[in-house]
Design a protein. Structure first.
Length: 178
């Protein structure tokens, strides 16, 4: 079954928009792929290793590798050099791991935000993804869809914000939002 899946061409999917659920959708796809015996790489561009729920859950699954690469602060505008360096490091790590041949699916979580915040460029991201083995499915998440990335992707889904609990003063909840 896994060999049959690996013979197929990997596509590029983007989950973007101002609504909640981009990372959650990527995690759902990762869980589905995991159930089919595929190996999943999940690189978090802007999230540090602080015990988010998805980091804890993925650590319990043998075929999902979670790599948090974010720093312990929000990125300011204009971004600091350390934030630019961290995003480039995340891009390099993802490129190397995807190129290793070990993974069938690679999620670059918050990579679109890294582009939006001018930490990496669309061109850098696309050039990196073009080096991947052809069977690797790619999922990019985050706000900030550029025309270049929209053109490059095979599937683009926009999460539209209609209503959010934060508008009512409800903070992010452990186990639900993080």
């Amino acid at each position: 079954m896994v060999d049959e899946i690996r013979r197929e061409l990997g596509l590029v999917q983007i989950y973007t928009g101002n609504g909640k659920g981009k990372t959650t959708a990527a995690l759902g796809l990762a869980l589905r792929a995991s159930g089919r015996g595929l190996n999943i790489l999940f690189v978090q561009f802007l999230k540090p290793d602080v015990g988010y729920g998805e980091q804890i859950a993925c650590s319990r699954l043998d075929n999902i590798t979670m790599v948090p690469m974010g720093l312990d602060h929000f990125v300011s505008s204009p971004p600091a050099q350390e934030d630019i360096d961290a995003a480039h490091a995340a891009l390099k790590v993802s490129e190397d791991l995807i190129g290793s041949g070990k993974y069938d699916v690679a999620v670059l979580d918050e990579s679109m935000n890294a582009v939006r915040l001018n930490l990496i460029t669309s061109k850098e991201l696309i050039d990196s993804l073009n080096k991947r083995p052809k069977h690797v499915e790619i999922i990019l998440t985050g706000r900030g869809l550029t025309p270049e990335l929209e053109e490059y992707a095979d599937l683009v889904t926009e999460m539209k914000l209609i209503k959010h609990p934060m508008d009512q003063g409800i903070d992010a909840r452990k186990g639900i939002e993080y």
